[in-house]
Design a protein around this ligand. Structure first.
Ligand SMILES: Nc1nc2c(ncn2[C@@H]2O[C@H](COP(=O)(O)OP(=O)(O)O)[C@@H](O)[C@H]2O)c(=O)[nH]1
Ligand SMILES: [Mg+2]
Length: 752
């Protein structure tokens, strides 16, 4: 028997979740049970749901029952933000008494610090054959969940590993291991956006049924908070120590989260806080799904709104949060329009349905607004409160409206995201398969076409020499890369300069038209927003151009790598076509050349750049403008007028000078960012291609040696060798056809 830590109910030994309150039991068994009396719910007859698996993605406790000293409820109170016009007819409106949605997973209160004494560490991360997508609630008739090809990819990697070991190519084995590690650490980010206080942070908590994001009347999420999977609960605060530098992560105790996320963005001792990452061992996140809770500060139309938009280009999905208090506003619709153009998956979540009894009407009105704006997105009305309570009373889950949201995340976000990631990695694995195929094919050719041996050997020699040329600094791809980077820097800087010049002209006109004494506050807001718009557009250009460059380099590489070998060799024998003689081509998989590299660039470089540097830059105060407007007493009328005019002109000049300084600073910081990130991109591309070039060279040499050796085998051994090669060829063929399927799925079904 396992006694439930939460409600005290005795459960069967093999139970994972409490049949009474749905609490996770796995690790509570080895602790002395601290039975709490079962909830005094006379009406709730046991046993609740008969399901072996709870309907909801189980709340995996972040922290083992830490006997919270201060059980300060982080429970959202039923706070009527806006007076509810109609008396709550909903039977399940939030209790006036804080319920304990977090009882199983109390928010770290001062006390338990990470790592927790007995990390829950439930089942170890499996080699994830399938997306561990959140379990959908079995609603009426579920369409079958689309499958991803992760298991297919893993089996291709495993097949590849035995082949690389057989052929004694540890370099290729290492390449496969890297691919596997990438697959395991894939991340699929859903960004939670919306105006302030619409319930974004509560939504993240409710999804996970865990108090991750602090929610309180006086807590305002000030920095983006990323919630992702970790085998142990953990918290990292990213701080920017100096402008233009990449943020540095500082581990922090989990109980600091409330203080951190609401910390002012002023630079502290350790630097300015840029973002917070929370890791929790929640099974919904094990698929790689990460939730990014964003600050909704100051309206979507603001600088922050712009920055949020910039970050969406890097997101896999958007959850746009609005509440049932009111219809969507014009800025919200405007934001949505721009946002969905940047991201392939999005849904509108309407929160607080428990609080506003007229929520259905709001949903209908919003549907109309969206249709009029030409926005076609799923609308998901939810009550985070009910969902939080469903942790103890699973029957509330249905009513919370979270089932469709969880289903959306699973099918429209996790599956396509996983498929895309798998497709990219499949291309890398196919590169390894291509290298292996070279040796097999070379040997097969010399065996099947003995008369053409000299020709084959001389072609292989040429291929090997050509591959050697690839690694040289004079290789065309190297030139393309270094020239391309230089051009890119110049173009991006020029783009920024001309955009900022236009802003400067506009500001000057505005300043000239009024007295900075009166207009400055508005001008400043406008200026910051314009600069944010410019920054985002400039970054977009950078990303787009960098992608283009990556492709050009890949093309140059491809050509040099000697695609024509395939053509030449297949000319002299019709059967050779069937042998799938490998070209040295490295990037010919479907799904886009170089996608993998650019993806690495995307997350490795662009994210911090956009999310951080630009953000901190714009938060930097413009610098106080001296507005000294005191006039001495006793000046006559005309004098006063002249003096006023003089003062005003002086203020205008000061204002313009301040704007110029600000814009110069913006240009300086952004240009430094551009250069830094492009330098990193260059290094990354160069290293990767160089490694590929090395592998191609080794493969070509190995093919030559193998062909030569095989050609010299006595006839009896040649027969045995032919049989061996044909088996090897079969294994390669099966591996590659699996990979092709995975890559194609990413192209056709993976969205984007
Ligand atoms: N009744 C009710 N209140 C909610 C719900 N979701 C959020 N709230 C409350 O709305 C307020 C704002 O929530 P919060 O998550 O901080 O909003 P954010 O600023 O968008 O992150 C908090 O006081 C929450 O308790 C809900 O589903 N029902
Ligand atoms: Mg918030």
């Amino acid at each position: 028997m396992i006694s439930c830590d939460n409600c005290g109910r005795a459960n069967d030994e093999d139970a994972t979740f409490c049949t009474s309150c749905n609490h996770y039991l796995a690790w509570s068994a080895d602790k002395p049970a601290t039975p709490k009396p079962p909830e005094p719910e006379p009406t709730a007859p046991e046993p609740v749901p008969p399901e072996p698996e709870p309907i909801v993605p189980e709340p995996e406790p972040i922290i083992p029952e830490p006997e919270p000293v201060v059980p300060e409820p982080v429970v959202p109170e039923p706070e009527p933000i806006i007076p509810v016009p109609v008396p709550e007819p909903e039977p399940l409106a939030p209790d006036p008494v804080p319920f304990e949605p977090f009882a199983p997973v109390p928010v770290p209160q001062p006390g338990p610090v990470l790592p927790s004494p007995e990390p829950p560490a439930p089942e170890p991360i499996p080699p994830a054959p399938e997306p561990i997508a959140p379990k959908p609630q079995p609603t009426a008739a579920q369409p079958p969940r689309p499958r991803t090809n992760v298991s297919q990819l893993i089996s291709a990697i495993d097949q590849g590993r035995t082949l690389t070991e057989d052929r004694q190519r540890p370099d290729l084995t290492a390449r496969l291991e890297t691919a596997k590690a990438k697959l395991d650490s894939r991340t699929i980010t859903a960004v939670v956006v919306g105006e302030f206080k619409r319930g974004k942070s509560t939504l993240v908590n409710a999804l996970l049924q865990t108090a991750v994001c602090p929610v309180d009347a006086d807590i305002v999420t000030a920095v983006p908070t990323l919630v992702r999977y970790g085998e142990r609960p953990g918290l990292t605060a990213y701080r920017q120590t100096s402008p233009g530098e990449a943020p540095v992560g500082y581990p922090a105790p989990l109980n600091q989260i409330a203080r951190l996320v609401s910390e002012s963005t002023d630079a502290g001792e350790q630097g300015r806080l840029q973002s917070v990452t929370v890791e929790v061992p929640h099974r919904m996140l094990r698929s790689g799904l990460s939730l990014l809770d964003t600050p909704g500060v100051g309206g979507l139309d603001s600088v922050h709104g712009q920055l949020t938009l910039a970050s969406l280009a890097l997101a896999d999905a958007i959850l746009f949060v609005t509440d049932a208090a009111q219809e969507l506003t014009a800025p919200e619709l405007e934001f949505l329009k721009t946002a969905i153009a940047r991201c392939s998956a999005a849904a509108i979540v309407i929160t607080k349905t428990d609080l506003y009894s007229h929520w259905r009407r709001i949903v209908e009105l919003n549907r109309g607004h969206l249709a009029k704006a030409g926005i076609d997105l799923p609308i998901l009305p939810v009550s985070s409160f009910l969902r939080l309570r469903a942790a103890q009373r699973p029957e509330l889950n249905q009513e919370s409206g979270f089932a469709p949201l969880v289903e959306f995340l699973a099918t429209a976000v996790v599956v396509p995201g996983t498929t895309r990631a798998a497709a990219t990695i499949a291309q890398e694995v196919d590169f390894v398969a291509t290298q292996l195929a070279q040796e097999t094919d070379a040997e097969r050719v010399v065996l099947t076409k003995p008369h053409s041996r000299p020709e084959v050997l001389s072609k292989l020699t040429r291929a090997r020499d050509q591959a050697a040329g690839l690694t040289a600094a004079s290789a065309t791809w190297q030139q393309t890369l270094s020239d391309g980077i230089a051009d890119l820097v110049a173009d991006v800087e020029h783009d920024l300069q001309s955009r900022l010049r236009a802003v400067m002209r506009d500001v000057e006109t505005i300043v000239d038209q009024g007295d900075p004494n009166e207009t400055w506050t508005d001008t400043e807001v406008w200026l910051r927003r314009q600069v944010a718009v410019v920054g985002v557009a400039n970054r977009d250009l950078l990303i787009e151009r960098a992608r283009g460059l990556g492709e050009r380099v890949a093309e140059a590489f491809d050509l040099e790598a000697g695609t024509e070998i395939e053509v030449e060799l297949s000319q002299f024998s019709a059967d050779l076509d069937q042998l799938e003689l490998a070209s040295v081509t490295t990037l010919s998989m479907p799904g886009g050349r170089l996608q993998s590299l650019m993806m690495a660039g995307r997350t490795g470089i662009f994210v911090p750049m956009i999310a951080f540097s630009l953000g901190s830059l714009i938060v930097t105060p413009i610098g106080a403008i001296a507005i000294a407007a005191t006039l001495g007493a006793g000046i006559g009328g005309k004098l006063l007028k002249d003096e006023k005019k003089r003062q005003r002109t002086y203020r205008q000049q000061q204002a313009k000078a301040a704007v110029r300084r600000y814009i110069d600073e913006v240009a300086f910081v952004m240009n430094k960012d551009t250069r830094d990130s492009l330098r990193k991109t260059q290094r990354q591309l160069r290293d990767d291609f160089q490694e590929r070039a090395g592998l191609i060279h080794r493969s070509a040499s190995a093919a030559l040696t193998a062909a030569d050796r095989t050609a010299k085998l006595p006839p009896a051994e040649q027969t045995a060798r032919a049989a061996h090669l044909s088996a090897e060829n079969e294994r390669l063929r099966s591996m590659r056809s699996g990979l092709r399927e995975v890559a194609l799925a990413g192209k056709t079904g993976g969205g984007n």
